[in-house]
Write a protein that binds this ligand. Sequence first.
Ligand code: FUL
Length: 457
Amino acid sequence: MVSFLKEAAAVVPTKRQLDWFDMGFYAFVHFGMNTFTDREWGDGTEKEEWFAPTALDCDQWVETVKQAGMKGLILTAKHHDGFCLWLSKYTEHCVKNSPGAPDVVGEAARACKKGGIRFGVYLSPWDRNSPYYGTPAYNDYYCSQLEELLTGYGELFCVWFDGACGEGPNGKRQVYDFPRYVELIRRYQPQAVIFNDKGPDIRWCGNEAGVGRISEWSVVPGELCALAEKQTGPGPMAGEGSLSHLYNTDKFLGGLAGILYADSLAFVPAEVDTSIRKGWFWHEEEEPKSLEKLFQIYKASVGGNACLNLNIPPNREGRMDERDVKRLKELGELLRREFGTPLEASVEKLEGGYPTQPEYLIRLARPVSHVRHVILEEDIARGQRIENFRIEAMFESGSQFPLFQGTTVGHRKICTLTDPFAQQNRLLDDRADKIDRLLVRVTAARDEVLLKSVKVY
Ligand code: FUL
């Protein structure tokens, strides 16, 4: 039992996963035929000339996402309608037949490079235009397109595979050759993380509403992420990677044949993907989510052992909508205000605890009337371990009381003690007494705790 737990605690990320985790927050950009037809899913019969941005400005995209503190951008190079935003040699259904339209993938890649953020691509496997769809020849077609993207636009940080698999123009569904796609990506862009419902590098959080799990584990049974299962595998579960999930899944014991990690535990962290608006594509009447909502989403994802992929859809000009630009600017300011500069403090690990139940004393350089957030980070390069923890406040008067109770930490846990959007906070009730220390108590862990940092705001 104990050795099994230690085994789970010792599963570590790859370099590309660590680099991805450190990005934290990046943009999804849904732009394409649907922008012009006012739809969410095109059917593949759209005419190429309908794609007609009047003032495409990818530098404005990059400026906008940078203002919100995002570190990368993933563009929908091809959505389910099969229309390609680059000059593909393999189809006529692409921007080369849209008068006046440039290679949008090229433009976006150039703007990201210039702006110093990373670039990634979304290439929908589901294609409602390709005549090959539903036959083995489609996998060749898809790989040729993937190769164009992997070799023509510099370094990519992510290739995002949409899970959707519907019918194509001939009424057939496709069996996607994911292992072949993965092999191609590893060959040309080994540093890129691959997103798919269940991995191999990052997995879906299970909803598109921006809701992160309360306890998010990066180590999950390998079968969950075995790509062979992709077409039939179980849907996202509430407790992926939790103890009961790990204990009660027999599949990683070797029962089921998987391709990549089928017989073992795997480090496959979650991505939370959601749109700033209701839809993924731009629709005039839709409004951006409130600042409060976006802040909540950010904390539950970036501050919940996941990354946040927030979609901002360009409009028909080819620019990000001014309403979204304004909201993202506000978000960037809020994030800088809340998390920009931690309070000056020292962290001391107290003597004598069990390795799985350490206590850390944080001494603030100057006592404060309240604490807004505490951010904890584990050294996940050596595994994710913390199951439960508490944070207590210690006052100048000597009194002490609990402020926060949490479960997983992982890459980063944002513990909010005084929510800037709350109408009332009982911790602030007229206390003359000030907080001069905090105690972080880990109450359960899978193995020796390796905390990387504790920051107080
Ligand atoms: C889904 C798609 O069907 C949506 O259109 C969107 O691209 C979203 C990110 O993934 O599966």
